[in-house]
Write a protein that binds this ligand. Structure first.
Ligand SMILES: [Zn+2]
Length: 221
């Protein structure tokens, strides 16, 4: 919603899920009568109706390592709105290898975090956590709940990161730092990060592939 309103010309919406009633508190593009319909298709319809100048492409496939390059080709920036650890590392690894900047965010319970990654220029997720935690060790939205307002807040912050990237305000982006918010104690922190020379993905001994991109934003979630 924020990227479309800001005037991004081409938006890809990637989600293979269908709308559930429990999504409605944090996904304001949808109505109760949309339950059961594909999320990406309905979101694309709503955004296209509001913004006639926007070209929006719904993608209902499941993203994986084998189709990452094909799906993200041509996009300038990726907004990670996924809710699985494996998906976040898939996006981190694919985007760094393809040279596509992206913004990571995660929200569970009352806690949220965000960081932007400029491949080969700023720290990536694996610089911070070389090996992903096991999914069973990470609380899920189903187990811990999620505060809908915080999802909206961090979604708009992510859109802000994309807009900063598109307007070449790279110094103002949340790179080389992890922004965290504890909604139970109302505390924000900005934790400084550094690229790690031992990062298995973008460190000195890693050999990521590079790729080109041009003018488009892709949001998965
Ligand atoms: Zn790294």
């Amino acid at each position: 919603m924020a990227l479309a309103a800001a005037g991004v010309g081409y938006l890809g919406l990637l989600d293979s899920d269908t709308i559930e009633l429990s999504n409605l508190p944090r996904q304001p593009l949808y109505k109760a009568t949309d339950v059961g319909r594909p999320k990406a298709v309905v979101a694309a319809e709503r955004l296209a109706n509001r913004h006639p100048q926007l070209v929006v492409k719904p993608l209902t496939v499941q993203l994986d390592a084998s189709n990452f390059t094909q799906i993200t080709a041509g996009f300038d920036f990726i907004v990670d709105g996924t809710d699985q650890v494996a998906s976040k590392y898939l996006i981190n690894d694919g985007a760094v290898r393809a040279g596509i900047p992206f913004v990571h965010a995660g929200v569970v319970g009352f806690r949220a975090q965000l960081m932007t990654v400029l491949p080969q220029r700023s720290a990536c997720l694996r610089c911070l956590f070389p090996v992903p935690p096991r999914q069973e060790d990470v609380p899920t939205c189903q187990e811990s709940g999620v505060l809908g307002g915080m999802v909206g807040c961090f979604g708009f912050l992510q859109a802000g990161e994309a807009i900063k990237y598109f307007t070449a305000s790279h110094q103002e982006m949340s790179i080389d730092r992890l922004l965290t918010y504890d909604g139970a104690r109302e505390r924000w922190h900005s934790v400084p990060l550094k690229r790690s020379s031992r990062c298995p993905l973008c460190g000195e001994t890693a050999t990521p592939r590079t790729g080109a991109s041009s003018g488009r934003a892709c949001s998965g979630g």
